[in-house]
Design a protein. Structure first.
Length: 570
């Protein structure tokens, strides 16, 4: 059986030992580790902090007399990228940078990998010139270069699974086979299906189809951030739009007014994904936004949401009271719906009658009576609430309190033996109380009905595979909001980026301000206190505001200070 001492040193490993950057034993251990982890040698060194990518690149550039290039500044070039197949690029861990005449310049972190350069030369039919690049930047550049290749029109359109997707709108099933679509539109059908599947697999929340004067862009919102996923030719823009409108059962002849629709994609007998579709007429065509509504997101459980122990206790205590109101606040996309659905799932038992008024119903919940708002026929939040009160409810969920009438009926329900859950669009918990007062609701009614207010945001979660520990000056940490006492023990991480994440982040974690309405706070409400006075009282009671909760997540290594600064800006 071979041991690490049996591994002969050659290529870059030998050069690193000769330059005293690694000991003989370290080089052999690294070679063995790279082999076990199935990683390129240089990637293993940088990922495990044995050497920095800059150190290796600088040494290789000087040792082999090759230029050192900052590949992070490289603009994506589809023509150059397509000269070498993605499979070869990933196999040999290199990337074509640009082409001049019959010479192809290739970025590589290990120039001793001559086999790779020879294979690229054979595949491309061009003379190869190696350029040294830093390995960590090379990893990101490869991911960026091929991020949209899966969505390029014409790629993978012979996949039978794309033809056979089970697409349902309303109660009717759509046949998406080639015969139904017609020969000319079959590639469009498969392309749209592939975009939807890619969105689901990547865990995105929204898909944007955007026409412009000379281009068409498809963007995904992943972990709260929009990024370009594909840029199909303008020549197919209208056909793409028409296909989506047909799937959502919209009027394809109407392009002057916005339309709403819904698509259900059955992935298996046990799992289906809903898409809420909206079209909007713009200067150069109809923009379409599709919100992915995954029923499994409503059943992830309270422990997965990111509440601190005391915050979780306040939340559970409030929703289990026989009456009162729990309000969840925050901007669009901050996870309010998931928080409400989590509470409803906890309360959803045979003993309770639960009714919801939503605009629109995003996720179907078994055992809960969900009502879709329809203002055109007079079915509004206020009218639905009035009907609920005649239907013997125990728990009522109102999608949003938008006006005085809805607020007053919701408060009346909370005061007469019902648990009411709802949302508002405000920036913090104290501001929510002022918003209700500004609507014209009497302070006495607010003070006696509201049990708990939750303000929330969603922050991107650091990728556990590539996050890197970092140090920041004490002055910076103090300005950020950390106390002098906690700084010595503070362990901070920053985003790096790898093949398993997006820009160093993967998934999201909730940041919460959970504010129970205490007797002191009730007294302040009765006197018409402003949000600053209410916030001061909450702080005295030990309630963490959004900023403090975010800093706690930074201290736990779940996210970065940069990300918390992004989502909790004043």
């Amino acid at each position: 059986m071979a041991t690490t001492t049996d591994i002969p040193l050659d290529g870059l490993a030998r050069k690193l030992v000769q330059d005293n950057l690694l000991s003989h034993e370290e080089a052999q251990d690294a070679l063995q580790g790279a082999k076990s982890d199935k990683l390129p040698f240089v990637t293993y060194l940088t990922k495990n902090d044995i050497l920095s990518a800059r150190q290796v690149a600088t040494m290789a550039s000087l040792e082999f007399g090759l230029p050192l290039f900052d590949i992070s500044r490289l603009e994506s070039n589809t023509e150059t990228r397509n000269l070498v197949k993605e499979k070869l690029v990933r196999k040999h861990h290199l990337l074509p940078i640009f082409k001049r005449g019959n010479r192809l310049f290739v970025g590589i972190s290990d120039p001793t990998n001559l086999e790779a350069l020879d294979e690229i030369k054979f595949a491309s039919g061009l003379n190869i010139e190696a350029i040294i690049v830093e390995d960590d930047k090379l990893v990101l550049a490869i991911e960026k270069a091929f991020a949209q290749e899966d969505l390029d029109i014409g790629e993978g359109l012979d996949d039978e699974d794309l033809d056979a997707l089970d697409i349902v709108s309303g109660e009717e099933e759509m046949d998406t086979t080639d015969d139904e679509a017609g020969g000319d539109d079959a590639p469009i059908v498969r392309f749209v299906n592939k975009v939807l599947l890619d969105g689901i697999h990547k865990g995105v929340s929204d898909l944007h189809f955007e026409p412009y004067e000379k281009s068409f862009r498809i963007r995904f919102r992943q972990d709260g951030i929009l990024h370009t996923a594909a840029s199909p030719p303008m020549s197919i823009a209208n056909r793409l739009t028409a296909r989506i409108k047909v799937m959502a059962r919209m009027d394809i002849s109407e392009r002057r007014v916005p339309q709403d629709g819904r698509i259900k994609l059955s992935l298996s007998k046990k799992r289906a994904i809903d898409f809420r579709v909206n079209t909007l007429p713009t200067l150069w065509g109809e923009k379409i936004v599709m919100r992915i509504l995954d029923p499994s997101s409503a059943k992830i459980g309270i422990d997965a949401l990111g509440y601190e122990p005391q915050q979780k206790e306040h939340f559970l205590d409030a929703i289990h009271k026989p009456q009162g109101m729990v309000l969840v606040t925050g901007p669009t996309g901050s996870g309010k719906t998931v928080s409400l659905y989590t509470g409803l799932n906890i309360l959803n038992t045979d003993e309770r009658n639960i009714s919801t008024a939503e605009d629109p119903v995003e996720i179907n919940l078994a055992g809960i009576n969900q009502v879709n708002m329809n203002p055109k026929v007079g079915l509004t939040f206020s009218s639905a609430l009035r009907s609920f009160l005649r239907q013997d409810p125990d728990v009522i969920m109102v999608g949003e309190i938008r006006d005085k009438e809805t607020g007053e009926i919701a408060i009346k329900a909370a005061q007469t033996g019902h648990m009411v859950l709802s949302t508002l669009h405000t920036n913090s918990a104290p501001e929510t109380l002022n918003r209700l007062m500004n609507m014209g609701i009497e302070p006495f009614n607010i003070a006696t009905s509201v049990n708990l207010i939750i303000a929330q945001r969603l922050a991107r979660r650091l990728c556990p595979h590539c996050k890197k520990e970092t140090k920041l000056p004490k002055e910076v940490l103090l300005r950020a909001g950390f106390t002098a006492a906690e700084i010595p023990e503070l362990k901070l991480f920053e985003a790096v980026g790898c093949s398993k994440c997006k820009q160093g982040y993967s998934g999201r974690v909730g940041i919460y301000e959970v504010m129970p309405i205490s007797e002191e706070t009730q007294n302040l409400i009765m006197t018409g206190a402003n949000s600053l006075q209410l916030a001061r009282q909450a702080k005295e009671e030990g309630i963490h505001d959004l900023r403090r909760s975010g800093l706690n997540k930074v201290g736990e290594g779940l996210t970065s200070l940069e990300e918390i600064n992004r989502v909790t800006k004043d």
